[in-house]
Design a binder for this molecule. Sequence first.
Ligand SMILES: Cc1cc2nc3c(=O)[nH]c(=O)nc-3n(C[C@H](O)[C@H](O)[C@H](O)COP(=O)(O)OP(=O)(O)OC[C@H]3O[C@@H](n4cnc5c(N)ncnc54)[C@H](O)[C@@H]3O)c2cc1C
Length: 334
Amino acid sequence: MTLPKFDYAEPKSLRQASALLRQQRGKAMLIAGGTDLLQALKNRLKTPALLVDLKNIPRLDHISYSEKTGLQIGAMVSLRQLANSAVIKEKYPMLVEAALAVGTAQLQAMGTVGGNLCQDSLCQFRDRSPMARLMLEPCLKLGGHVCHAVSGSNKCWANYSGDLAPALLALHARVTIADSTEKKKIPLSKLYSDDGKRPTRLRAGQILTVIHVPPPAPHSGSAYLKLRLRKTIDYALLGVALYLSMEDGDAVCKDIALALTGVGKAPFLVKEAEQLKGKQVGDAEIAQVAEAAFKQAHPLSNIGGLTPAYRKEMVRVYVRKAFGVALESAGQDA
Ligand SMILES: Cc1cc2nc3c(=O)[nH]c(=O)nc-3n(C[C@H](O)[C@H](O)[C@H](O)COP(=O)(O)OP(=O)(O)OC[C@H]3O[C@@H](n4cnc5c(N)ncnc54)[C@H](O)[C@@H]3O)c2cc1C
């Protein structure tokens, strides 16, 4: 498949990049590693007039850590760079697990953290060659009026399948969004729209620049577990990320966050998990959280591989497993 024609710009500052995006309102797109975007271009799913490359903008590929403020990851840090970082390996092993779960080694070398968070959602009724798409009426994500995944729905149900988002959500991450006039820091959960048509709430000219993660608490543990058919290349059919910290010496939970990916229009936090704060974490409590996660998950048949019913059933199983791993890494008996 060949790429369509487009203009290409390599701005040297965020201000320039944002200005280019705004001038071309809707007709320009950012490109980082290109691993998600270029396949969409080849399939003519997107036809931007201009690609604005972020690679020449200084300081976007830095990782820094301080005990006081925690971790800062530039949006252009590659997944491989993240997975090889000594401080991330030591303090945030779940991020390494999630980065190494993405696609293949080649995709991890090229793909960036910002691109991973802002990747498009997937739907097998849309993500096909132009020829194969001729068999179906254009769907909502392609500017049409139907959803082939949920017949009769006026919402697009394309599935969000990114691996880093759940891990960062569970770690209470915030992101900096910049445009040509201002920078603002928002919780990562606010980045996502819960609309398969446009998975992020970013407007024309807005660029995700930095991801901020608070320092891990003492006696904390985490787990990222991904369901897929093959051990490589496959997107998540379900991803479960759990972070928790415990009181010193007993099984009382101080902090907890559970997030899921691959089973809905956006990655999401399971709020019921927070009810475990200040409580002993036993089998009954874990089962309750697993049940809440099960209820919130909406896997559909628009992603190939395993049936929606099986993926939904696996939510309970993976949440229980994640508790076992996270409690053990926090120094508790699982
Ligand atoms: C075969 C295959 C398998 C894959 N498997 C997985 C997988 O298992 N898990 C997974 O998570 N991903 C997977 N991916 C998707 C992709 O490779 C990764 O998500 C990668 O991290 C995307 O990063 P990128 O830098 O290449 O993004 P790009 O392709 O450059 O950009 C992706 C999107 O994000 C936008 N964007 C990029 N950077 C920014 C920014 N800083 N601010 C605002 N918008 C931005 C772009 O405009 C574009 O819309 C797979 C891709 C392929 C082709």
